[in-house]
Design a binder for this molecule. Sequence first.
Ligand SMILES: NC(=O)c1ccc[n+]([C@@H]2O[C@H](COP(=O)([O-])OP(=O)(O)OC[C@H]3O[C@@H](n4cnc5c(N)ncnc54)[C@H](O)[C@@H]3O)[C@@H](O)[C@H]2O)c1
Length: 419
Amino acid sequence: MAQLTGMEQEQEDIKQHRSDDRVVKIVLFGAGKRGVKLLHYLLSMDNTEIVAICDRSDDSALRAAAVCTEAGKKKPSVYSGDRQSVAEILDREKPDAVIIATYWDSHAGIALEAMRRNIYPGIDVPAALRTDDLWQLVETSENTGTPCMMLENWSFRKDNLAVLNMKRLGMFGKIVHCHCAHSHNCIDHWFFDSESGEARWQAEYLLKYNRMQYPTHALGPVISWMDINRGDAFSEIYTIASAPLGINEYFRDRFGEHHPEAGRKYRQGDIVTSVLSTKKGKTLVINNDLQLRRPYANRWMLQGTRGVYDEEKGSVYLADFSPEYQKWEPWQPYEEKYNHRWWQTDFPSPSFRGADYIMLRQFTEAVRRKGPVPLDVYDSAVMSATIELSGISAEKKKSVPFPDFTRGKWQTNQEYFAV
Ligand SMILES: NC(=O)c1ccc[n+]([C@@H]2O[C@H](COP(=O)([O-])OP(=O)(O)OC[C@H]3O[C@@H](n4cnc5c(N)ncnc54)[C@H](O)[C@@H]3O)[C@@H](O)[C@H]2O)c1
């Protein structure tokens, strides 16, 4: 049977879905801030059942189970502490999918146990921290035939998908260069408790490493704009880091100079910049900028031979379409005109209108039809690999080769994301 395109597959799904009430059973690992947010979206969907909640903390697991019953859904099993192994939980619950929103060091292990049982893992970012673990995810997905998806929500944003539609229509010409950033002060709320200033689990990484700690939101849309793993592949990464000044200064200002964090020596530079090149001669600059006081920004920019998109300016210039020669025009009308079909859909409520809902809906639909996931294991691996590789490059002060997780298949792989 001829392979269906993404659009045909989706129409087929919609037809089937009318008569297909199969419930997708899900186990949630990690019921902290992010896990509970994802839980709300999953509970809003028809034919999705949370069969179990697992968290190291009794309180978090019980609170999340209560969220399910308050939403009028079945009470899930609750696993807390480390009394049961991941394997035991999966063997007992037999879910179709797991959602993993735990600490970074456990993502790969849970996903591997799931795939070995043909259970789809949806892993919150990053898929794993170590390149060896990423290879294991790739190989296990290939050997078991179980798709594995990192839940990179910014790939599903309305603006980014419209840019992708336009890129596919050739409106930017041949893609030459992209820029992206995660500029988001996470010191005042995510790495440390916002009230007490106490270190949360993530802060340990800032003591141990100097690298792009959280690059996947920046990279998500860019890898499909640049055809990474589908016609092109990253070849090298070079990274430099600024001095670490922001954390100490924030703690001095907020809690006084005697606060332990005001003087602690952090390895993590305030702004880490990586430059990547591709096999086909494209370039990319990424900034990791998580510990300075500043407004949020992603600074997505895509530049081709016939046009340029600048997210921060809210502007676009297209040599073949823009009315004035080399003058910016507003982006918004293009976002509406080239709106992706995933955004032309009903949302359960206005507050769920967003990238997270679309991403989870696409993921659960893929699980229901036992088909490919919207972001595959190779893309998940590429985005996550920049973490360890950027650290190695910054330390060695030289560029390092980028692994090819597709083992050459990037040359013949067809585009698939949001096609
Ligand atoms: N995509 C996004 O926009 C986004 C936003 C925030 C966080 N995240 C990701 O979500 C994940 C969780 O972040 P968070 O902010 O919710 O952290 P959190 O500390 O609020 O929650 C993590 C929870 O996982 C539990 N946990 C840790 N290891 C576990 C294990 N092995 N088994 C079971 N439970 C375990 C902890 O007890 C905690 O309740 C991280 O990977 C983070 O990068 C993604």
